[in-house]
Design a protein around this ligand. Structure first.
Ligand code: COA
Length: 272
């Protein structure tokens, strides 16, 4: 078992905006602007993308937990950064720069579990929605409050909430800007587990570690089929799945899995 704990590269000569910690097969990536409820400014998002690059390149990392330091997971886009933008061209550049980092997470090939405590608001919820699974503390509050600022969620909120909840329920939450409790989020299917507040990280780690112990290639191919398939017509999604199945069957791990079954022994997967 590997264990390492360290901060990422400090940008701007200050403290690291993203922390990196490895425990066994799980890398924990922590948003680290606790005095601002981890509000997402561009330097933080850049560090997040770098941490994801590192987690992707490290063969020992089978899954990622995405967490927030301090009192909350994340209170959204940095409103102070937004206030400094003037004019459409500047706003478009800022939106595009931010989107690049959100897409980095959306395209990340290994499983990601978001550990939500305190607030997961605005861009914080949008970030969590780009993770694969979400574990929330029982007093966590989730929401898209952008409408209260005269804005809308610009990093996937309208699209992902509508796909997850259906359009009418998504519109109700998006139009009200109200926060939902962890229990409401569970009932809506936005989070998969609600756990005592003090156990969020441990439970998110446990869930991520359990997935990371499965055959690595199968886990990644399943993720790809589910997310890419959702963007396709069914027939195309089924073709993607068949192709992935054939590819897996031809891998060493696919062969090992079926042989181990026939030989009545535990398979030894190697991720190739
Ligand atoms: N962007 C920038 N700074 C933020 C922030 C955000 N999204 N959310 C919180 N902060 C900062 C506050 O400005 C404050 O900074 P200061 O101490 O230097 O003044 C600090 O974090 C603490 O926030 P505060 O509002 O005093 O804490 P609170 O406990 O009373 O309320 C929230 C917490 C999360 C309910 C409240 O901060 C909030 O509504 N944040 C904005 C959420 C939002 O609209 N997100 C979508 C943005 S598009």
């Amino acid at each position: 078992m590997r264990a390492a704990s360290e901060a990422g590269e400090p940008s701007q000569g200050g403290e690291a905006l993203v922390l990196w910690h490895v425990d066994g097969p799980v890398a924990r990536i922590t948003l680290n602007r606790p005095d601002k409820y981890n509000a997402l400014n561009l330097p933080l998002l850049q560090e997040l993308s770098r941490a994801l690059d590192r987690a992707e390149a490290d063969d020992g990392v089978g899954a990622v937990v995405l967490a927030g330091a301090g009192r909350a997971f994340c209170a959204g886009a940095d409103i102070a950064e937004m206030a400094g933008l003037s004019g459409l061209a500047e706003a478009e550049r800022w939106v595009a720069a931010r989107a690049e980092h959100f897409q980095r997470l959306a395209r990340f090939p290994k499983p990601v579990v978001a550990a939500l405590h305190g607030f997961a608001l605005g861009g914080g919820l949008e970030l969590a929605l780009q993770a694969d699974l979400r574990v929330a503390g029982e007093s966590a509050q989730l929401g898209q409050p952008e409408v209260l600022l005269g804005l809308l969620p610009g990093a996937g909120g309208t699209q992902r909430l509508a796909r997850l909840l259906g359009p009418a329920r998504a519109l109700e939450w998006l139009w009200s800007g109200q926060r939902m409790t962890a229990r409401q989020a569970l009932e809506l299917g936005l989070v998969q587990r609600v756990v005592p507040d003090g156990e969020v990280l441990a439970q998110a780690h446990e869930l991520a570690a359990r997935i990371a112990r499965q055959a690595p290639l199968a886990v990644r191919f399943i993720k790809r089929c589910v997310w890419e398939g959702l963007e396709m017509p069914l027939a195309q999604g089924l073709a993607l799945e068949r192709q992935a199945f054939a590819q897996l069957l031809a891998t060493r791990d696919g062969q090992e899995g079926v042989r181990a079954f026939l030989e009545r022994r535990q398979p030894q997967f190697q991720g190739r």
